[in-house]
Design a protein around this ligand. Structure first.
Ligand code: NAP
Length: 305
């Protein structure tokens, strides 16, 4: 019997690299859709697509067990109207391209797992959001709404669908944590703004297992918050990060300094100032077991003493 195939669109990045390794280890044939393929020695095959149009990549979906879509231009840039358009287009176009492809293959994948983000809920202040909470009204929420609308309106009657609204993913080799860690080591790891905004984080290892569960557990369908059950305030997060990196104190970073710093780093200040307080209600109900449900344990794992 041939190996089950998983196609990971946008799988060359931070989360995709971890997923490819996990699924290859589980015996899957792993295909990564990328705009620029590289030769890999880990058994993962990269296939070129443009994230927008049909092409030679479509047959790889035929008979696949799963398709995962992680494609998206990074949100870590100034949120100018032009950048926001590009951020949304990269997400919506990739969903539409995959949906069109599914309509062209004889045996569509049994499951499609689509990335979204907890930015869906907008600025939640102190209110704990679950999957039934309404969409927010800031620009991140607008991105997620259009992204999820494209996915939900895709016609794929034979394919089970799961949306993961992902929180701040903690890993050593990508995402925003290494940047925060570098700043913290330079004694720039103080609370941001008033420090009361919430961060809904998740350890990369748990996120990977959420993708595994989404693919292998036939009972999972619909939208899930992919976050740890322990959302913390920014002040608490930065305190724990300083502790993990042996920096007992750093001056707090007032809003104006965050704005100047973000501009110098080519980033967007609102990403550090918005409050995202979310619970993984549906994963907990489904019996998902977290390896890292506590922030201190997650950071100690990533930065062992
Ligand atoms: N990391 C987090 O903390 C986090 C949190 C919430 C949600 N998410 C979402 O999860 C997904 C994966 O995150 P990640 O951290 O793995 O991101 P990543 O490392 O930036 O990977 C995303 C991939 O998307 C592809 N891509 C980028 N711009 C594109 C464009 N304009 N058109 C087509 N493809 C493009 C790139 O692949 P190629 O260059 O190889 O084509 C890239 O490897 C993203 O959609 C992200 O928004 C991530």
């Amino acid at each position: 019997m041939s190996a089950k195939r998983i196609v990971i669109a946008g799988g060359s990045g931070f989360i995709g690299t971890a997923l490819a390794k996990e699924f290859a280890g589980r015996g899957y044939e792993v295909i990564v859709l990328t705009r620029r393929s590289r030769v890999r020695r880990d058994g993962v095959r990269e296939v070129v697509w443009d994230g927008e149009h049909s092409g030679d990549w479509i047959p790889f979906l035929d008979g696949a067990e799963a398709v995962v879509n992680l494609t998206g231009r990074s949100i870590n840039c100034p949120h100018t109207p032009e950048n926001l358009r590009a951020i949304i287009a990269s997400r919506v176009n990739s969903v539409n391209a995959l949906a069109a492809a599914l309509g062209q293959v004889k045996t569509p994948p049994r499951v499609w797992v689509q990335a979204s983000a907890v930015g869906f809920y907008g600025d939640t202040k102190n209110n704990l959001c679950d999957e039934n909470s309404p969409v927010g009204n800031d620009s991140l929420a607008g991105i997620c709404r259009q992204w999820e609308n494209a996915f939900n309106s895709a016609v794929a009657p034979k394919t089970r669908r799961v949306t993961l609204r992902i929180g701040f993913v903690l890993g050593r080799d990508g995402g925003a944590l290494p940047v925060l860690a570098r700043l913290t080591k330079l004694f720039l790891g103080g609370a941001v703004g008033n420090g009361r905004q919430f961060i809904s984080w998740i350890h990369l290892a748990d996120l990977v297992q959420m993708f595994v569960a989404s693919i292998e557990n036939e009972n999972l369908a619909g939208t899930f918050n992919a976050v740890a059950p322990d959302a913390v305030t920014n002040a608490e997060f930065m305190r724990e990060l300083r502790r993990a990196l042996h920096r007992p104190w750093s001056p707090p970073a007032p809003v104006f300094a965050v704005k100047i710093g973000s501009r110098l780093m080519g980033s967007e200040a609102s990403l550090a100032l918005v409050s995202q307080c979310c619970a993984p209600k549906k994963f907990l109900t489904a019996g998902f077991e977290f390896q890292f449900s506590n922030l201190r344990a997650a950071l100690e794992n990533l930065y062992p003493r």
